[in-house]
Design a protein around this ligand. Structure first.
Ligand SMILES: [Zn+2]
Ligand SMILES: [Zn+2]
Length: 413
């Protein structure tokens, strides 16, 4: 089933279930759970899937789940949602505000989970009616923010047999009803680093008899990003930004320990691979001048998410079919990291941006990873339409016999 029939059925489904869908999202929003602790969320999603006649399988470490729809040996498309929340305080004054101190769905993963769940319930109906041209696998992954949940899913066999994979992510810069698409890299590599300086400590009256760690750390914090801007190709959009610095406890004592922590973001694969070695070299040269010892703990995060062109075209076709061409927006590559990148290292696919901006809101207050983040809930239905139509488009495409290049036969020409 394609075209108008699908659109009508899906519109009726969404109208019938609208309240239930919104309530599900709000329930998740009120009960956010941090990475690898998403037990309640996993249970709630599993209950709904079972009620739809499906058989979800919880991942080995106890949170997150995989659920297949349809049978047979046709093509298989995976749809991925992330289910974890962030360690932030929910600052909104709404009835569905987080009830868990220090935890909030400030990255919209409650929306992603609800969209993929509702998509699965609709597709399960299609499968029962014999209208699913292949199989769909729902991946509800834990711990995107850590990151690392994607690796758990892959290790548990979540990509086995999958031909193509799709996901969406809330984007408060786009209005609800719009979908942001991009071929090629759409998110950046994101690593974390911790720099620790150490020395004997001493009196601030006699910095020359010790190593002045506070001064040296100040140099690291300012000089390292400056030197990197001259040592890395500017086209790589390489950025080191500090998020925490800590040293000392008294105004007249030089501490024996000083720490700076930050993130490295990068759009370019070669620069990403070279980063740890270059940062080590620059640190040694900056800190060496002040006689302190330096330790670098460089934690690799995720590679850039690189959207495959055919998969983006399927998202585009699905948008055009369900939402109209005016719903499609181009979207810039973000410096945010996204562990969906790990899946795309193994199978083709694409991540779309789901517009969540309501008409009346003050946009700077609603950015992701802020305690005030919220969405226009109309975006959820848009997400379901996009995911349903994309999955079906990809399945129909996967069933098409691959035509061989025609062989030129000179004798018959
Ligand atoms: Zn996030
Ligand atoms: Zn996110």
């Amino acid at each position: 089933m394609q075209g108008r029939d699908l659109q009508e059925q899906l519109t009726a489904f969404l109208a019938r279930r609208k309240r239930e869908i919104i309530e599900f999202r709000r329930d998740l929003h009120m009960h956010p759970e941090l990475a690898f602790a998403e037990h309640r969320t996993t249970q709630r999603v599993a209950e709904r899937l079972r009620a739809a006649g499906l058989e979800p399988v919880v991942l080995p470490q106890g949170t997150g789940l995989i659920c297949d729809i349809g049978s047979g040996d046709g093509p298989m498309v995976a749809l991925r949602a992330d289910i974890d929340a962030l360690p932030l305080t929910d600052e909104k004054d709404v009835p569905y505000r987080s009830t868990v101190p220090g935890a909030a769905h400030a990255c919209g993963h409650d929306v992603h989970t609800t969209v993929v769940l509702a998509t699965g319930v609709f597709l399960a109906q299609q499968a029962r009616a014999g209208a699913l041209p292949g199989r769909v696998r729902l991946l509800f992954q834990p711990a995107e923010e850590l990151p690392g949940g994607a690796r758990e899913v892959i290790n548990a066999g979540g990509l086995d047999g999958v031909d193509r994979i799709f996901a969406l992510h809330c984007d408060p810069r786009l209005k609800a009803g719009q979908v942001g698409l991009r071929v090629g890299p759409i998110t950046a590599a994101c690593d974390q680093l911790l720099v620790r300086l150490s020395g004997p400590g001493g009196h601030t009256a006699r910095p020359h008899l010790t190593a002045d760690l506070v001064y040296a750390l100040g140099k690291v914090v300012t000089e390292l990003p400056a030197a990197l801007s001259r040592r890395v190709d500017p086209r790589a959009s390489f950025s080191l930004v500090w998020g925490r610095v800590a040293a000392g406890s008294a105004p007249n004592a030089i501490p024996d320990d000083a720490v700076a922590e930050g993130t490295v973001r990068c759009l370019d694969d070669a620069a990403w691979h070279a980063a740890p070695g270059l940062i080590r070299e620059l640190l040694d040269s900056v800190v060496g001048a002040y006689g302190a010892s330096v330790e670098l703990n460089y934690r690799r995060g995720v590679p850039p998410t690189v959207n495959e062109a055919d998969s983006v075209q399927m998202l585009r076709d699905a948008c055009t079919q369900m939402l109209g061409e005016q719903s499609i927006a181009s979207t810039p590559q973000s410096l945010g990291g996204e562990d969906f990148a790990w899946y795309l290292e193994q199978v083709p696919g694409a991540l779309a941006r789901l517009g969540t901006h309501g008409p009346a809101w003050d946009s700077p207050m609603l950015d992701l990873h802020r305690g005030t983040f919220d969405v226009d809930e109309n975006a959820i239905g848009v997400g379901v339409q996009l995911m349903v139509a994309t999955a079906l488009t990809a399945l129909w495409d996967g069933r098409r016999p691959r035509t061989e290049e025609p062989v030129e036969d000179a004798a018959l020409a």
